[in-house]
Design a protein around this ligand. Structure first.
Ligand code: BGC
Length: 300
């Protein structure tokens, strides 16, 4: 059995906060997944405090499971949080599906304080995309691959030969004169009481607009609704290979843990370089580092 490499992934959404300890080597959850409802109104203080309680519960559960099995407490190497907004240097830039107080808020500092350890914050769809490209439907796919998460809103992760272009917001494209996610999110179907077919037609319009702008070789549809892909994917006519995400609703948690561990590892290396050599030896990595494609198979 391999030695697990553990990090906590927290996926903060407009509706729920989900978290688990993840074995970043395999993408498997280590122990239980916890989900609580996002407090309403979703102001930063209460959301961060709620995520703090969830993380506390996860760690206690993992420690007691280990103690019961006569094992040492598991070592958690990092924590990452996926959040439904573009995130630049830990600051959340917009608040489409959360309270407006998140605009310009230093989320990374707030989560770090609540979790009592250094935490990394990333856009939720970027996190889900990273996991899906590594362990799911995007595995080994080159070219331009677009991962869309269909949930409370619509999030996007664009990958070019496996490298993420961070903080894209394709959910907010204007399609037929409206903010696209108002029609193509999973919530929009329920809110508007649409059949799967009627909703698929709206989603298809969004996908066609994306195809016109980006000519992707593959579109991966994620979010909880991807479990029911057979209900709507057959109605999509956009001439691009379109598949359902394989990690389903867990991608956000797994990706947040992966990004958290990647950033933490870079930061630890940089701190060590500074301590030993007075400066970082490697150039600053880009905002979200490369997730290398694992094989050279063409997408689609
Ligand atoms: C937000 C994105 C987010 C997506 C999915 C959108 O409304 O603007 O940043 O990724 O919802 O949560």
């Amino acid at each position: 059995m391999h030695e697990p490499e553990l990090a906590i992934g927290v996926d903060v959404g407009g509706t729920g906060i989900k978290a688990a300890i993840v074995d970043v080597k395999t993408g498997d959850l280590f122990g239980e997944r916890i989900r609580v409802l996002t407090p309403m109104p979703s102001k930063p203080g209460v959301v961060v405090a709620s995520a703090g309680r969830v993380v506390g519960r996860l760690v206690r559960a993992a420690n007691s499971a280990a103690a019961a099995a006569g094992l040492p407490a598991p070592v958690i190497q990092a924590i990452g949080v996926g959040f439904p907004a573009p995130v630049i240097n830990g600051v959340t830039k917009t608040a489409a599906n959360v309270d407006p107080e998140w605009v310009g808020f230093d989320a990374q500092a707030a989560f770090t304080k609540a979790f009592k350890r250094r935490t990394w914050v990333v856009n939720d769809a970027d996190a889900a995309g990273v996991a899906e490209m590594h362990f799911g439907a995007g595995h080994g796919k080159r070219g331009v691959v677009i991962v869309l998460t269909l949930g409370t809103g619509v999030g996007s992760g664009i990958f070019v030969d496996g490298r993420l272009v961070p903080n894209t917001e394709l959910g907010h494209m204007e399609v037929s004169g409206r903010d696209a996610e108002r029609r193509s999110s999973a919530n929009a179907r329920v809110r508007r009481g649409l059949s799967w077919k009627a909703w698929a037609e709206d989603l298809d319009e969004h996908l066609r607009a994306i195809d016109l702008l980006f000519s992707p070789s593959l579109i991966i549809l994620g979010g909880g609704v991807s479990k029911k892909a057979d209900r709507f994917v057959p109605f999509l006519k956009t001439p691009v290979p379109i598949v359902a995400a394989q990690l389903r609703n867990e991608a956000g948690i797994v990706g947040a843990a992966m990004v958290g561990l990647e950033r933490e590892t870079e930061m630890v290396r940089e701190e060590r370089d500074v301590a030993e050599h007075g400066r970082p030896l490697e150039p600053q990595p880009p905002a979200l580092k490369v997730v290398p494609p694992v094989s050279t198979a063409e997408a689609g």
